[in-house]
Design a protein around this ligand. Structure first.
Ligand SMILES: Cc1ncc(COP(=O)(O)O)c(C=O)c1O
Length: 416
């Protein structure tokens, strides 16, 4: 009997893909033995002692869940119904009643899972209606969150970067933004950061959102809101959700809202997210929801329970909801305060103009430093930030902010 052995592998064509830059940076930070080290890389909230913060509303919600008796049963395929309903009510505010029956919703694996599910259902529906047409282009601002291109290109979409930021003025490049939208093919998908744009911290003003919305409606573009920071940006959920409400309730355009509870509830590891699809009729919504259910079944069968129960308990309990709104103000207030102290320190120690830092908002500061300076800060000062000089302001505290400002000024002076 002869046995055929083969050394060929189904995986032999697998390329070596470099690790994700921001996760690799976190690993480098953890391995750094320096007592001076500062982590301004990954966007996770820290308190003034540099520690992860369990929100008091989350703590209380957990206590209630445990008192009720924590069961470990499967959730339905689309996740917890009350969680989905309360999330939609929260996002759309007073306008919820009017659009409620045109929504298709699903619990998702945090914000990333929500973006992926949104891409999957758009693809699935378009391939049914136009099997011979190429998928629409997904327009993504440049710069953007490091995962956007990967999520949509892995689903087979062609992604296209458009200039969002003007590095000379260190501000939002609205003329280029608007001209890109005007030139986009009808039906293109546009990724919109609902607030706290990552990494620049620059959002359109309400007037600019209205201009963007006007073109989106006129050209039948599909707005896909990445809403990972609602409430966390300004500390006021209603204010942060305004652009989403404007597009859905005022303009009445079909859209997707991809939500994450990682930042605003501090539930990073629990992977709590929700996809809200705003469709044009109740019948379309019902059918769309059935497709969401089928896609979710094939992908993850059903979503994780614990984090969603925490969020649901908060959203469904008026007292806890108010406590959570207070937590949002605590987190965004501390970030705003650290932004101000960093700005003042940089002004004191360096000769540069740092006005851009104070014009930005949200978790991130986009400093505008060269890659060389970023590298020197890491190698010699143990200050870790993304290569594009995006800093997570939440990594600053009263014990390290002066050191960071002085170090940046020192390296800048040295390199001049
Ligand atoms: C802009 C943006 N979108 C989406 C996400 C998704 O986060 P998660 O999947 O952890 O909810 C993040 C996280 O950093 C983000 O910054």
């Amino acid at each position: 009997m002869t046995t055929t052995t083969t050394s060929s592998s189904i995986f032999s064509s697998a390329p070596r893909i470099p690790p994700d830059a921001i996760f690799a940076l976190t690993a480098e930070y953890i391995a750094d033995p320096s007592p001076q080290k500062v982590n301004l890389g990954q966007g996770t909230y820290r308190d003034d002692k540099g520690q992860p913060w369990v929100l008091p509303s989350v703590r209380e919600s957990r206590r209630i869940i445990e008192e009720r008796g924590l069961l470990h049963e499967y959730l339905p395929i689309l996740g917890l119904k009350t969680f989905r309903e309360k999330t939609a009510e929260l996002v759309f505010g007073e306008g919820y009643g009017k659009i409620q029956d045109k929504l298709a919703t699903s619990q998702t694996l945090s914000g990333t899972g929500s973006l992926h599910l949104a891409g999957s259902i758009i693809k699935s529906c378009l391939l049914r209606s136009h099997p011979s047409h190429p998928l629409p282009t997904v327009y993504i601002p440049n710069p953007t969150w490091s995962n956007h291109h990967l999520v949509f290109s892995s689903l087979g979409f062609n992604t296209l970067s458009f200039p969002y930021y003007n590095p000379t003025t260190k501000s939002l490049n609205i003329p280029s933004y608007l001209s890109t939208l005007r030139a986009a093919a009808l039906g293109s998908i546009i990724i919109l950061h609902a607030c706290a744009h990552n990494p620049t911290g620059l959002d359109p003003s309400p007037e600019e959102w209205k201009e963007i919305g006007g073109i989106v409606k006129e050209r039948n573009l599909f707005p896909l809101f990445d809403a990972a920071y609602l409430g966390f940006n300004s500390g006021d959920y209603d204010k942060d959700a305004w652009p989403v409400r404007y597009f859905v309730s005022e303009l009445g355009v079909e859209s997707a809202v991809c939500l994450s509870f990682a930042k605003n509830m501090g539930l990073y590891g629990e992977r709590v997210g929700c996809l809200l699809l705003c469709t044009s009729t109740p019948e379309i919504a019902t059918n769309t929801q059935s497709v969401l259910e089928s896609l979710q079944r094939s992908e993850i069968s059903n979503p994780p329970a614990f984090g969603a129960k925490i969020a649901e308990t908060i959203l469904a309990n008026e007292k806890l909801r108010r406590l959570w709104f207070e937590d949002l103000r605590t987190m965004s207030g501390r970030i705003q305060e650290m932004r101000r102290v960093l700005f003042e320190g940089l002004g004191r120690y360096s000769s540069g103009n740092w006005d851009h830092l104070i014009r930005q908002s949200g978790m991130f500061g986009f400093l505008g430093l060269s890659r060389d300076i970023v590298r020197i800060l890491k190698d010699e000062y143990h200050i870790y930030m993304a290569e594009n000089s995006r800093v997570s302001i939440a990594g600053l505290n009263s014990g390290n902010v002066d050191y960071v400002a002085r170090s940046i000024a020192e390296v800048l002076a040295r390199e001049q």
